[in-house]
Design a protein around this ligand. Structure first.
Ligand SMILES: NC(=O)c1ccc[n+]([C@@H]2O[C@H](COP(=O)([O-])OP(=O)(O)OC[C@H]3O[C@@H](n4cnc5c(N)ncnc54)[C@H](OP(=O)(O)O)[C@@H]3O)[C@@H](O)[C@H]2O)c1
Length: 275
């Protein structure tokens, strides 16, 4: 884990970068395109989008214009809840692929565990995976009980679980469970969607390393073997966020950050959501 292009190996052997760009709330069109291009230019190789974000066309265009060969990139997208509810997972996948302008995605995720539906959705993902149209399949916002329920009937175990995870919400039990199951954990809202960036404990650690709070959090992710995908639309922050491979948090720094955990979610609750 010594560069932006370092990878973790998923349980099916596919290599996934530890670090990537998230594009939630990045407007479709030029902003999506320019963010993706700026990230790839800065050395990012992984981009995380979703049908929900409605920016797959801009993301796809950014990928194309980056000039980096497709096989060097790792592209994630996700099937949205309404498509699960309406049994349109296959159509949703085809639409995403078409918008992205790609022939395959590296990772396709079930965005949320829609009750009574996610097992059926998983069957479609398994089929697409077996056909070679997706290199790895996974889930997002799954709790331990969702994973157990899914795996009770699944042919293929999810390779990734992407969940809200940051110093105030460390997801310790879920992370431990995923490690045992060889399911790679991936953090969404690693920066707490900006809410963590004035924390005094993090500020003190950041100052001692001449780094920013964002860099300290992202380094904490990597040292904890958590894939991380911070979002920014600003080139300077895209570069700053990735500049975390030239310092190491000490054990005592790590402990101080671990102690910030309050099991505090900012986003939706996977056991009780109405979207
Ligand atoms: N699976 C899911 O359900 C789910 C849910 C949410 C998110 N996600 C994924 O996870 C990605 C990351 O999560 P997120 O976008 O919600 O939140 P985040 O990455 O924790 O935070 C993004 C916010 O922090 C700001 N920011 C970024 N770098 C900064 C820096 N160095 N200094 C100061 N501010 C900085 C950004 O503003 P600027 O853009 O103005 O720089 C933006 O407002 C998403 O983009 C998406 O791909 C997945």
């Amino acid at each position: 884990m010594n560069s932006l292009q370092s990878t973790t190996t998923l349980h099916n052997g596919v290599k996934m970068p530890w670090f990537g760009l998230g594009v939630y709330k990045v407007p479709e069109g030029s902003e999506a395109l320019e963010s993706v291009k700026a990230a790839i230019k800065a050395g990012y190789r992984s981009i995380d989008t979703a049908a929900l974000y409605q920016n797959e066309e801009g993301v796809g265009q950014g990928i194309k214009e980056s000039g980096v060969p497709r096989e060097e990139l790792f592209i994630t997208t996700k099937v949205w809840n309404s498509d699960q509810r309406e049994d349109r997972v296959l159509e949703a996948f085809e639409t995403s692929l078409q918008k992205l302008g790609l022939e395959y995605v590296d990772l396709y995720l079930i965005h949320w565990p829609v009750k009574e539906k996610y097992k059926q959705s998983w069957k479609v993902l398994e089929k697409l995976y077996k056909e070679g149209r997706i290199r790895a399949i996974g889930v997002s916002n799954f709790q331990i009980h969702h994973l157990e329920d899914l795996m009770a009937d699944a042919e293929i175990k999810p390779m990734v679980n992407q969940v809200e995870l940051h110093p105030l919400f460390a997801q310790l039990e879920l992370h431990e469970y995923c490690k045992k199951q060889e399911i790679q954990i991936e953090a969404w809202a690693p920066l707490g969607q900006g809410r963590l960036l004035d924390n005094p404990v993090l500020q003190e650690i950041a100052s001692s390393h001449h780094k920013s709070i964002a860099q300290v959090i992202l380094r904490w992710d990597i040292q904890n073997e958590i894939v991380t995908i911070p979002k920014s639309v600003r080139e300077s922050r895209i570069i700053e966020n990735a500049n975390i491979f030239d310092f190491t948090l000490s054990e005592s720094d790590m402990e101080k950050i671990n102690a910030l955990n309050e099991n505090k979610r900012f986003g939706g609750d996977p056991d009780n959501f109405n979207f």
